[in-house]
Design a protein around this ligand. Structure first.
Ligand code: N01
Length: 498
């Protein structure tokens, strides 16, 4: 009987067509010769960058490092235009790579996976989509990213709002015209800090609702000149070796200096130089900023003094510098004129710390104190159900049941790559791997290469099934916790890192 469901059989299936899925398709199809396809919810390639098109959306990694390093040809042919690539330039780059490697013919666009089930007797994964497709494959690789499941907080009354609301991670592709509108932005993480200065320039009035004050370092974005573009093209080997040998995968080294072992003058001067260089490089100015509270306090004090210099209204500066966590214990944002934006006449800051949002009413946002802010549009820059969110949403069932249940006490797995009782399933940059603590494309390449070689090994040795050993997964997860506990990362109230 024709039930309308289309069955398709492959050797390997990949979910997601961002940086990780595209490279994984290339390796499995072109190096191992496997019949491979990608299933992708979006209508184009890009992964996180397909959806994140909010005003100011730009990568915080520098262009010369935020790229693939598996191909010298791609490196030499592609031309970045600025210190940090904006969202559309990253999409252009990924489209260029996909076209160059002829990947798109093996991508099912507009197919949303709702269930993945391991069929033990057949030793196959069945992947079902909302588009009535059933895919079958021996190998299943999730390339769904760490920050793809958007978080719209459950605030009472949202459905009654008469204006329009947007989440930065699901931005309308045609853009949003804020001209003449009163806009409220909730959230001051990396995204909100990028978006506010751009929205403020366009709208009639912007109100930024801040629950937790945040540090930010000036990005100091600028166009590349011809000489630098040429230098990058001619230094493939050096750049590759650099990103593959630094702990963060970024194209710069982290200093060996310890904060308290240099004199006060020297410390100030090093911090100042790092501030002038800008961006994520600032974090590398000393070696111990994330392991020593005393060291961290020095950097925190320095950044707060810089924020105070930038913001003219002392009350606003006080709210912006009332920061409750160590610097970089949350993902450290970088910005272009974020703090300066609060000097504009059409921008207001609302401190939610002691006066949270109580509800959204038809004309705006009401705080617990009863104060009302009238708005025509609300922008949720409220982040993601990070790391585990995109994976559990796939409804993956292994030999012992569902992943959501298996991870009810935390995402136990081995190397962020493989989960016990989920045979022949690999995650690219899963929880417990360096992933978001690093420059993602570099960690992605490492995982894709590992997965490819593991599958090659299984094929060579005629191994039909492979999965992480439970003891190894427990040991790895404990090891990750132990390392995290030697840092300041756990000293944060709200952090998607945790
Ligand atoms: O999300 P976040 P993001 N009421 O979770 C607030 C990556 N990224 O989208 O701090 C009021 O960091 C929340 O407040 P609090 C990057 O890795 C990458 O900004 O939890 N406020 C916070 O201020 C980044 O880290 C690039 O108290 C609420 C904000 O919303 C990651 O994406 C560029 C709230 C959420 O901050 C996520 O950043 C941009 C509520 N109910 C972003 N709920 C690149 O360069 C949440 N908030 C690649």
């Amino acid at each position: 009987m024709d039930n309308g469901i289309k069955d398709m059989h492959y050797d390997a299936l990949i979910i997601g067509a961002g940086f990780s899925g595209l490279y994984q398709l290339h390796r499995l199809r072109d190096d191992l010769g496997l019949d491979t396809a990608i299933i992708e919810q979006g209508k184009g390639v890009g992964g996180t960058w397909y959806w994140n098109r909010y005003p100011g959306a730009r990568c915080d990694s520098e262009s010369q490092g935020y790229a693939y390093f598996f191909s010298k040809k791609i490196h030499e042919e592609w031309q970045w235009s600025e210190r940090y690539p904006c969202h559309s330039e990253i999409r252009q780059y990924l489209n260029y790579v996909a076209d160059n490697l002829n990947l798109k013919k093996d991508i099912f666009f507009g197919s949303k996976v709702y269930r993945c089930t391991f069929l033990t007797e057949q030793n196959l994964w069945r992947i079902q989509t909302e588009q009535n497709e059933s895919f079958f494959a021996k190998w299943l690789i999730t390339a769904v990213g760490c920050l793809s499941s958007t978080n719209v907080p459950k605030i009472a009354g949202l459905s009654s709002f008469k204006g329009t609301w947007y989440h930065t991670g699901q931005w309308p592709h045609e853009g949003v015209n804020f001209k003449g509108r009163k806009v409220g932005q909730i959230g001051t993480g990396s995204t909100g800090i990028q978006a506010a200065p751009v929205i403020a320039q366009e709208c009639e009035h912007l109100t930024v609702f801040q629950r937790t004050a945040n540090y930010s370092i000036p990005a100091r974005n600028a166009p590349w000149d011809d000489a630098y573009s040429k230098w990058v093209k001619n230094h493939f080997r050096e750049l590759k070796s650099l990103v593959k040998s630094t702990p963060s995968g970024h194209p710069f080294r982290i200093s060996n200096d310890l904060t308290m072992e240099v004199s006060e003058n020297e410390r100030r001067s090093l911090l100042n130089d790092a501030w002038l260089k800008g961006g994520l490089r600032f974090r590398g100015v000393f070696n111990d900023l994330l392991t020593s509270s005393k060291a961290n306090q020095q950097a925190a004090k320095f950044i707060k003094s810089k924020i105070q210099e930038k913001v003219s209204n002392p009350e606003t500066a006080k709210v912006l510098t009332d920061i409750d966590h160590p610097y970089a214990a949350k993902r450290p944002p970088i910005d272009t004129n974020y703090f300066e934006t609060f000097n504009r006449d059409n921008v207001a800051l609302v401190d939610l710390k002691d006066n949270p949002i109580s509800e959204i009413f038809p004309n705006g946002i009401r705080l617990q104190s009863g104060i009302e802010h009238e708005l025509d549009a609300i922008v949720f820059a409220t982040g993601f159900d990070a790391m585990t969110g995109p994976l559990v949403k796939l409804n993956i069932a292994g030999t012992e049941g569902n992943l959501r249940n298996y991870w009810r006490n935390g995402p136990m797995n081995y190397l962020g790559l493989s989960i016990p009782s989920f045979p022949n399933l690999f995650m690219i940059t899963g929880p417990g791997s360096p992933s978001v603590l690093s420059n993602m494309p570099v960690s992605i390449e490492q995982h894709v290469d590992w997965i490819t070689e593991c599958i090659r090994y299984c094929a060579d040795k005629k191994i039909d099934s492979i999965e992480a050993d439970e003891d190894a997964a427990k040991d790895w997860t404990t090891h990750v916790d132990e390392i995290a506990n030697t840092t300041l990362l756990p000293k944060v109230k709200h952090s998607w890192y945790l």
